[in-house]
Design a protein. Structure first.
Length: 249
C-alpha cells in the first residue's frame, strides 16, 4: 500500500533497495521457519471461515517480487482478549525499486497503527497514527467493515487524516479461497484504493492490485500485479511478478 508522493528526490531520506530486500528475506525466512515448527500453524486459513462466527485473525506477511521492484507488507488485526470489543490494527509497507537512480524518490515506507472498537458484528471504528516517508506523521480515524461468507472475505475500510491536507481514503478488497483438498486452496484477491487530498481537491494515489495462486496450510503463493497511479497527473507505475505470503495465527 503506497501513499501520495511528490516525485521529487529527497536527498535526506534515501532508503536503499538492499535494505528492503534484506528485510524481506530476513522476515519471510524467519516466519517460514516459525510456520514449520509451530504446531498452532498446522491449520488452514479457510477453517476459520467455516467454524464459528469469529474467524481467526492472523498476522499476514506477503511479498511481491516484480519486474520493477520488491514490495513487503505486514498486516495484523487483533482483539485485546477473546470476545473483547477493543483491538489493534496495523500495517507496515516497504517498497524498493531496482534502478539505483530512482530509489531516492520511488522507494517507499509507510506504517500505521490504530486502536479499534467493535460497534456491531463486522464493523469497527478506528483511530490512531499514520506515518509515510513524504507525508510524515498524521493522526487518522476511520471505519473497518469485514464480511466472511463461506470462501469469501470482503473488507471495506474508509479513513481520513485529521491534520495537514486531510486526505480521505477508501480501501477495499475481496478474497476468494475455495477448497481444493485438505491442505490446498485456490487463493485469489482483488484490491483497490483511492486516496484524495481533500484540502486541495486533487488526486493523491489510487491503485488496483490482483493476486492469483494457491495456498498450502498457512502459506500462499502465485502471480501478482500492481497497477498504481500517483499525484494529480495520475502518473502510472505498474509492477508484475510473483508473490509469496505466510499467515501467523
Amino acid at each position: 500500500m503506497k501513499y501520495t508522493k511528490n516525485k521529487i528526490q529527497d536527498s535526506h531520506i534515501q532508503p536503499r533497495l538492499a535494505k528492503v530486500v534484506h528485510s524481506f528475506l530476513s522476515n519471510l525466512l524467519f516466519l517460514i521457519a516459525v510456520g514449520f515448527f509451530n504446531p498452532a500453524l498446522a491449520q488452514q486459513r479457510g477453517e476459520g471461515h467455516n467454524e464459528g462466527n469469529n474467524p481467526p485473525s492472523p498476522v499476514i506477511v506477503e511479498s511481491l517480487i516484480g519486474n520493477t521492484g520488491v514490495n513487503l507488507e505486514t498486516v495484523f488485526s487483533k482483539k485485546f482478549t477473546p470476545g473483547s470489543r477493543f483491538g489493534v490494527f496495523g500495517i507496515v509497507d516497504l517498497y524498493g525499486v531496482y534502478k539505483a537512480n530512482e530509489q531516492s524518490f520511488k522507494n517507499e515506507n509507510m506504517s500505521q497503527t490504530q486502536l479499534t472498537y467493535r460497534i456491531v458484528k463486522g464493523l469497527d471504528v478506528s483511530a490512531g497514527a499514520f506515518f509515510e516517508k513524504h507525508l510524515g506523521f498524521r493522526p487518522t480515524a476511520g471505519l473497518q467493515y469485514n464480511l466472511f461468507a463461506g470462501d469469501f472475505h470482503l473488507l471495506v475500510a474508509p479513513r481520513i487524516d485529521l491534520s495537514q491536507t486531510y486526505n480521505g481514503e477508501l480501501l477495499g478488497f475481496v478474497e476468494y479461497t475455495p477448497k481444493i483438498s485438505n491442505d490446498w486452496r485456490l487463493y485469489s484477491r482483488a484490491e483497490g484504493l483511492y486516496n484524495r487530498d481533500l484540502k486541495n481537491d486533487i488526486h493523491s494515489i489510487s491503485y488496483v492490485w490482483g493476486r492469483l495462486g494457491v495456498s498450502y496450510k498457512t502459506y500462499r503463493f502465485g502471480v501478482g500485479a500492481n497497477f498504481n497511479s500517483f499525484g494529480p497527473t495520475k502518473m502510472k507505475e505498474n509492477n508484475y511478478g510473483l508473490f509469496a505470503g505466510v499467515l501467523l495465527f
